[in-house]
Design a protein around this ligand. Sequence first.
Ligand code: ZN
Length: 316
Amino acid sequence: MIVTTGQLFEVAYGEFAIGAYNINNAEQTMGLFQGCVDSQAPFIIQISKGARAYTDKRLLEAMIRAAAEIFPGVVFAVHLDHGDEETCYDCIDSGFYSGVMIDASHEEFRKNIAITKRVVERAHAVGISVEAELGMLGGVEEKVTGDNPCLTNPDEAERFVRETNCDSLACAIGTSHGAFKFTGGQGIHFDLLEEIRNRLPRGFPLVMHGSSSVPKDEVARINAAGGNLKGASGVDVNQYLPAAKRGVTKINIDTDGRLVWTRVHREHLTANPDEIDFRKPGKVFIAEYAAFIASRNELLGSAGQVDTVRKHVTAN
Ligand SMILES: [Zn+2]
């Protein structure tokens, strides 16, 4: 069952967060659906511009539709991650996406408002939810580079939401993209998060990007199997729920999934130097990724919520 991100947020707000996971290929798709079935969690599938180019947007759509048949009972939204205006319109017109993110956060404030407003008008005309971004995250996500990260200004957030009519807002509150998030004792700025929440309409959903935890043991295993990820670090997973209680309803986790992929393949190929069957490590990856997704859904509080969401959506 495909729902909008807005429908998921109505149930989650103030209680738990919905995990937003990127997919690029069949193995990730299988692992994601299996993990969400195992943990009985609603979820958001994120498709980036890079994924749409890598696997082809038509193949991604076909895989997701097939996965929804293979794993009946799942409840999810299909969401464009970090879209530009043109890609947003393509997704809105596709009839397949139930949410888009317009990321014009690199533009000047007024221009960000103007672009976001245009996308919101087109999306709302066909019942699609829009996530926008204000402030600049650090780190790298595909071509989105935060060279000069700056935190979201609560005054601007209030004005931005009022003028654009967007449905959710990605804020820069201390997290960053990629595997090298923090150099010192940084983390989520809960005071800033609360201030932004207090300025916005009651129940307005906030989004946290760059929220992977970059587990130390995972990085150590990758490095032991020939990797070179020195000084990688991420968000404390014990901060997910406190953030959710303060209005964060969508938490994006991508880097950690890449680490699972890297660890499984490095270890498998190192232990089996004569291996040429990609299905062998692929099978291990699907199972490990499913277990990883289920563990994240537990931490986000979304595990066990699928029935509640389904009932809410069918009743409204
Ligand atoms: Zn992001």
